[in-house]
Design a protein around this ligand. Structure first.
Ligand code: ZN
Length: 272
């Protein structure tokens, strides 16, 4: 599943293609991942003859703005959403859902095997509605203020996109390990200094994924094929912690698999 860094990598990859040509045709079929109130003919009417002016991102959501368009195209990749840059009249891509043909001969294709992604066409000011500040763009000493009054364990609180947007299961696990905080610790018991440490750890882990881009496939697409796990604790239950050698544990918190080291992340302050 793409998390913030993967979505940022997509943003950077699609921009050169989108920003240098106008849309000359739109293909696809209505129904998921298109929002219920959005049809392909709506998108044809809205986008043909227009050029993408900017691709913004907050958390895991992308917002594409086109010249003189009344609304913004919002894309959430869900579990399996991804882009392809193809030649304009090339064959259909596997799981293709939307194709924007562009005046320079390329096409931007959105593909989504499980159709859990979401494409919507919303008023400009509503593109990032429901999302807190972006996890990478928020200063580390700001994070503690955004989680005041949270009643949840820290691992669950971090996934609340209305507080800080973009932290998913992987970066929550990685950040908590690097900061030495147990995932069940009550969020409200973290000191401002611990919050700063945690925010920096999450951001550093995200930056590391960003800096790995260029080698080819994105992690959520390639992990199954290559069987290489680039993370420190995520997906490593039963293996020794690289910091202390104690066996990494897996627990379920808020319905999600949670990986942590019981020695590096002591239970003091944990929710009963
Ligand atoms: Zn450890």
């Amino acid at each position: 599943m793409p998390e913030l860094p993967e979505v940022e990598i997509w943003r950077r990859r699609i921009w050169p293609t989108l920003s240098t040509a106008t849309v000359i045709d739109v293909h696809g079929s209505s129904g998921p991942p298109l929002a219920p109130d959005l049809s392909i003919s709506d998108l044809r009417g809205a986008l043909i003859g227009r050029q993408c002016m900017r691709v913004d991102r907050r958390g895991k959501r992308l917002a594409l703005q086109f010249t003189e368009a009344e609304r913004t195209l919002v894309i959430q990749l869900g579990m399996t959403g991804r882009f392809h840059v193809e030649s304009s009249h090339g064959p259909e891509v596997r799981f293709e859902r939307l194709r924007l043909e562009l005046s320079h001969g390329a096409a931007l294709v959105y593909a989504d095997a499980r159709r859990i992604g979401r494409l919507s066409w919303v008023p400009h000011g509503e593109a990032f509605q429901g999302l807190g500040a972006d996890a990478l763009a928020t200063e580390s000493d700001e994070w503690s203020k955004r989680f005041t009054e949270s009643r949840s364990p820290i691992k669950v609180a971090l996934l609340d996109q209305e507080r800080v947007a973009g932290v998913g299961n992987i970066y929550a696990c990685e950040g908590l390990h690097a900061a030495g905080i147990h995932p069940k610790r009550a969020a409200r018991t973290l000191t401002p200094a611990e919050w700063t440490h945690l925010a920096r750890a999450i951001q550093a882990s995200m930056q590391q994924t960003l800096s790995r881009d260029g080698a080819g496939s994105l992690l959520y697409l390639s992990a199954k094929e290559t069987n290489v796990n680039p993370f420190v604790v995520y997906g490593r239950a039963g293996e020794p912690c690289p910091t202390c050698g104690v066996t990494i544990c897996r627990d379920i918190l808020g319905g999600r698999g949670t990986f942590f080291c019981p020695a590096c992340q002591p239970e003091a302050g944990t929710v009963a």
